[in-house]
Design a binder for this molecule. Sequence first.
Ligand code: NAD
Ligand code: USQ
Length: 391
Amino acid sequence: MKILVLGGDGFCGWPTALHLSDIGHDVQIVDNLSRRNIDNELEVSSLTPIAPMGVRLRAWSELSGKTIAFHRFNVAEQYHRLLSLLREWEPDVVVHFAEQRAAPYSMKSSWHKRYTVNNNLNATNNLLAAVVESEIDAHVVHLGTMGVYGYGTAGMKIPEGYLRVKVDTPDGEVEQEILYPPNPGSIYHLTKTQDQLLFAYYVKNDRLRVTDLHQGIVWGTQTAQTERDERLINRFDYDGDYGTVLNRFLMQAAVGHPLTVHGTGGQTRAFIHIQDTVRCIELAISDPPARGDRVRILNQMTETHRLSDLAALVSKLTGAEIAYVENPRNEAAENDLHVANDQFLHLGLQPITLAEGLMQEVTEIAEKYRARCDMEKIPARSLWTQAPVKA
Ligand code: NAD
Ligand code: USQ
């Protein structure tokens, strides 16, 4: 199949492009390199030394004999570049990662809020409008987030996108399935809840085929392809804005920094290893919705963990200290989280669990590159409100 990967230079997009190329698909990448520019803005670098895009692509071609074309443009702003590419290349699938994905970055200032909303909503709307205008029959696969649900579950498992409700009418009780009520916890997460409405509308009006993957926090760094050569290495974000919690704990343990648990650590979140991310995308591509179907929503996560338990686990493995720091975010201090992920298990996903993968990650990545860490960049400094919120 011809697969266009929007955001293919990023943490999830790069290994996905390589994985899809490796299993025989014809892959092209679009990326405006905004993530690399944000590193410049924040004066931080990936813990792993990521190669320039040209070097990455030449290395892949040398090792695999396969070519991946790269188009550098802004999906949110350069609509006609996108439209021409869809018309000329006619991809069968467009995988959409091209959004600003860090919650703390989206809360840094009014500029960052506006940038995140403009970038993410225009990228998604441009893609959908261009698929309609180009009249191609592409399956759109979008990376959404578990954060659209909020993380509270009212004692039930979070279903895959839709909630069955009973409505009282004059003629009696009627059952319906509605989009699960959105409950975002940051401006970034808010853009993902808005994306859901864009998908629902274009699917209803234009009968597009769309799969929305509600992904949990991705941990790990390498996949079977990115570990084949250092020029292919994936990025590892550890800073207070882009570093996600488990990768931060692993890297903090490697550099001898106390593990930064926000508040009580009673927050429970969903996790998935990067190798499972790329496999899930392959599975979602292999099982597209039919034209006329509603948006297919799958929960792309494999396990849930309370943050205090995660910190205790990393501490046990490495001897790292745990520091309970004041929570810079406005979020529930504690929550339970139970999530349905039956669709991916049914499609054949065999999850990599934290227990199996964790030590390898600590030794092979975090320790190997710890000299590249700038300790100044570890604290999370973006505040959700003007004054820090007590957990
Ligand atoms: P990332 O920031 O590493 O990658 C996003 C890529 O998109 C970057 O290379 C960036 O340059 C590019 N991009 C952004 N806006 C663009 C635009 N307007 N035009 C062209 N390119 C653009 O993020 P990631 O971790 O790879 O996340 C990818 C997607 O997966 C995001 O949409 C994110 O919401 C979702 N997701 C990520 C995680 C995670 O833990 N990393 C978890 C759940 C969901
Ligand atoms: N946290 C800590 N210590 C840290 C960093 C974070 O305790 O050093 C806490 C946060 O307060 C939060 C939790 O860990 O309670 C998760 O934070 P995170 O930065 O790991 O993840 P989040 O902000 O939710 O965002 C990440 C990705 C985003 C994706 C989301 C999936 O950056 O793109 O959508 O995970 S989910 O969390 O399921 O919504």
